[in-house]
Ligand binder design. Structure first.
Ligand code: ATP
Length: 471
């Protein structure tokens, strides 16, 4: 039973986004399995209904596969949490990922949001424990953060700020690609400050949630409360600020909060996928403020660091990885830490499921899909040829200086795909497109990324090209 749930969770973790997984699957408890019936408990009615409608089929399939027999899955309320059903709030809850959320039935005694289901999430700070209010994840600490060349500067800055919040660098701005540990690092700061200063009012928030809170405050004419809450913080940790791009109302609100906090020497820590000046659709005055403290990059991990991360994560799962195995995985998976974690989960699930020790052969088998994608390296040349074929232009036009629209656009698409599907940097891509400047590549990447969100046909073309290139 436990084995099944571990395997099933590991599989779902691979299939869902991290937010979906932690919002919907992590809180579930597998209760028992008898006569082809599996019972799974959800912490509240809302989660129960949602999980049932969204994930029941997948869990049933995994259970039937595991027990090699048709299995019926029943979802029940966790007997420890069973409370009478309450109305569902119409807005998304903070940590519930992209899906509609609700008030927290489990700990609402007397707090504003629980009494008033329409109250915005940001006021849900009544009687629940302080850590809960701060949204700081206690698992993400400096201790569990592996350091290497790629992140040592960022870690040093983080420690410095955690030791002297509001004093040393304000704001502290981390930027870097996906899955490189930006979120981990800002939670680590939050955890340390919370331990050092138990009275401090700290808040972690993802920028998308902040945008939603602004919208909610706007709809309910609740800006005074909104302002009061954010301006009263001792430390604000705001993740993925690039989501503010193009959202002028949010930027304006954030600007006031920013000014108020900095003036009061309260620490602000920001993460983004790019450095301040490169964030699209961001007000110049905010950009200059973001850059007014310390801005630090986090780079993709080098080989030794990838090995260290794998060894540490395996150890924390109670499994010992031999150095050979760790090197094998680290050599083949190069892009980011999240990918390494995914690979580790796959390996553990595979070895548990088949009852095999973790050897290189077992790893090869467990990561078959991942490794074959990595091995089928997509080259920029290949992208140029495929895109040229697709739009019936000459490959040479990819490097030429000619600019008619029927050539310029496919060229921009090829640059976009080169950035998306290869590990090449912007200058390297520029070089391969006839010695163009990296800003030209960046412009193309952004333009096509934006078109893609607005124009279904463009999105479809890109999809076809991606599928062709990935084989
Ligand atoms: N140096 C590290 N040591 C240990 N774990 C790490 C390290 N860097 C990242 N991780 C882990 O990798 C996963 C992804 O990291 P994180 O969410 O912090 O990335 P991110 O840079 O914020 O990415 P995104 O921009 O996609 O949000 C997390 O589980 C995190 O704990």
């Amino acid at each position: 039973m436990e084995n099944f749930w571990q395997t099933c969770s590991a599989q779902l973790e691979l299939e869902l986004t991290p937010q979906q997984f932690s919002a919907w699957i992590k809180p579930l408890v597998a209760l028992d399995y008898e006569d082809g019936k599996l019972r799974i408990a959800a912490p509240n009615r809302f989660k129960l209904d949602w999980v049932k409608s969204q994930f029941a089929n997948r869990i049933t399939a995994l259970a039937s596969q595991y027990w090699e027999a048709p299995t019926e899955v029943q979802f029940v309320l966790d007997p420890r949490n069973a409370l009478p059903k309450k109305p569902v709030a119409p807005h998304p809850a903070p940590n519930d990922g992209p899906l509609p959320g609700t008030i927290n039935h489990g700990q609402g005694n007397g707090n504003v949001a629980a009494d008033n289901p329409a109250a915005p999430e940001m006021f849900n700070i009544g009687n629940s424990p302080r850590r809960e209010q701060s949204r700081v994840n206690t698992d993400l600490t400096f201790d569990s953060f592996v350091t290497g060349k790629a992140n040592q500067l960022a870690r040093a800055a983080a420690i410095q700020v955690a030791n002297n919040p509001g004093v040393s660098y304000n704001p502290l701005f981390f930027y870097g690609g996906v899955g490189l540990g930006k979120t981990h690092l800002i939670h680590a700061i939050g955890n340390q400050v919370m331990a050092d200063q138990p009275g401090a009012k700290i808040r972690y928030i993802h920028a998308e949630q902040y945008v939603r809170d602004v919208v909610t405050a706007y709809q309910r004419k609740g800006f005074d409360d909104f302002k009061h809450y954010y301006h009263s913080l001792d430390m604000l940790l705001i993740d993925d600020i690039q989501f503010f791009g193009g959202k002028s109302r949010t930027q304006e609100e954030f600007f006031y909060a920013f000014e108020a906090l900095i003036a009061a020497k309260k620490q602000i820590i920001i993460t983004s996928d790019t450095y301040p000046k490169e964030i699209t659709g961001m007000d110049d005055r905010l950009i200059s403020r973001f850059d007014s403290g310390l801005t630090v990059a986090i780079e993709p991990p080098e080989l030794e660091m990838r090995v260290a991360i794998l060894l540490k994560k395996a150890q924390s799962e109670g499994v010992t990885f031999s150095d050979d195995v760790a090197f094998f995985v680290a050599k083949h998976l190069r892009s980011n830490v999240r990918e390494l974690e995914g690979a580790l989960r796959k390996i553990l699930a595979y070895s548990r499921f088949h009852g095999k020790d973790i050897t290189i052969d077992v790893v090869k088998e467990a990561l078959k899909d991942l490794l074959s994608v990595q091995n089928r390296q997509i080259s920029v040349e290949n992208i140029q040829k495929t895109v040229a074929d697709f739009f019936s232009i000459k490959v040479a036009d990819m490097y030429s200086k000619r600019r008619p629209a029927n050539i310029a656009r496919p060229r921009q698409i090829a640059m976009y795909l080169a950035k998306e599907l290869t590990q090449k940097s912007l200058p390297e891509i520029g070089e391969l497109f006839g010695g163009r400047d990296h800003t030209t590549v960046l412009h193309a990447v952004r333009k096509i990324a934006l078109d893609r969100t607005k124009n279904a046909e463009c999105n479809h073309e890109l999809h076809v090209l991606e599928q062709t290139l990935k084989g």
